[in-house]
Design a protein around this ligand. Structure first.
Ligand SMILES: C[S@@+](CC[C@H](N)C(=O)[O-])C[C@H]1O[C@@H](n2cnc3c(N)ncnc32)[C@H](O)[C@@H]1O
Length: 251
């Protein structure tokens, strides 16, 4: 039997957002590998081995998955959202590249999922309806100076921005610094949306202007969407507003 690895995106929360391709891979799997809370989203069944690991051990997890596949097993590495967005797909390829002879003949596929920023933009309306960029605000794997530079240039170019990993207990100050930079660089009325636990029962969206925003509005279950200068709010009596970015930029 030839082993294989699929790196699958489980979307932001609701299993109804799993793609048919991801469902098929999970149904055929012998082994599920991933961060504990994501592995727990996959229903148990006879013959399925689950290998849950802690946060921040991505390369060990990826190497374990590849080693299982090399033994002939059908492995699915699960990520939240999309596996190619700040997640396990790159970690698996880093592990493949680090061991030139061992893993290159394996069948490895990346199965996309709905990433948090797209689910959040859709829940609010269409915040990412025009040009946008995504920035991971964690400085675990890159210097803070790089984050500041990318954020500064993205604002200068008037992109809407999605911020992943905004604020953790281990990094409580970083988001405050990023927010201060946005407040200094953008007009006071610029819209910013804090989308927490999107597509789960705890989903909560708050849209405020930048001068109303405070760091405590974000945590690690939040993706933060900063509008461009064109992003606007359509108020609705008694209901959440629609927040969207028009498709055009005037000359
Ligand atoms: C390590 S990144 C993984 C991103 C994931 N691969 C994706 O495509 O959504 C984790 C960050 O994604 C965001 N995130 C993931 N799921 C979310 C959800 N359901 N609601 C809001 N943000 C979410 C948060 O910013 C969180 O800190």
């Amino acid at each position: 039997m030839t082993g294989r690895v699929a790196i699958a995106g489980l979307g932001p929360g609701d299993p109804r957002l799993w793609t048919a391709e991801v469902r098929d891979a999970l149904a055929e799997a012998t082994d599920i590998v991933g961060y504990g809370p994501y592995v727990a989203r996959v229903p148990d069944r006879a013959g399925l081995a689950k290998h849950a690991s802690d946060n921040r051990v991505e390369i060990e997890r990826a190497t374990h998955a590849l080693a299982l596949a090399a033994e002939g097993r059908r492995v699915v590495v699960v990520s939240s959202g999309d596996p190619g967005v700040f997640a396990m797909a790159s970690a698996v390829f880093e592990a493949v590249e680090a061991r030139p002879s061992a893993f290159r003949d394996l069948e490895i596929r990346v199965l996309p999922g709905i990433t948090a920023m797209l689910a959040a933009s859709a829940a609010a309306g269409a915040i990412l309806g025009h040009d946008f960029c995504a920035i991971n605000l964690s400085d675990n794997l890159k210097p803070w100076a790089v984050i500041e530079k990318r954020l500064t240039l993205a604002i200068e170019a008037d992109f809407a921005c999605a911020f992943y990993n905004p604020r953790s207990q281990a990094r409580p100050e970083g988001f405050g610094r990023a927010l201060a930079l946005m407040q200094a660089a953008c007009e006071r009325g610029r819209l910013i949306t804090f989308a927490r636990a999107v597509s789960t029962p705890e989903e909560h969206l708050t849209t405020v202007t930048l001068d109303e925003a405070v760091p405590e509005m974000a945590d690690m279950r939040t993706v933060v969407l900063l509008g461009s200068s064109r992003t606007r709010r359509i108020e609705r009596p008694g209901r959440a507003p629609f927040v969207y970015t028009p498709r055009s930029v005037p000359e």
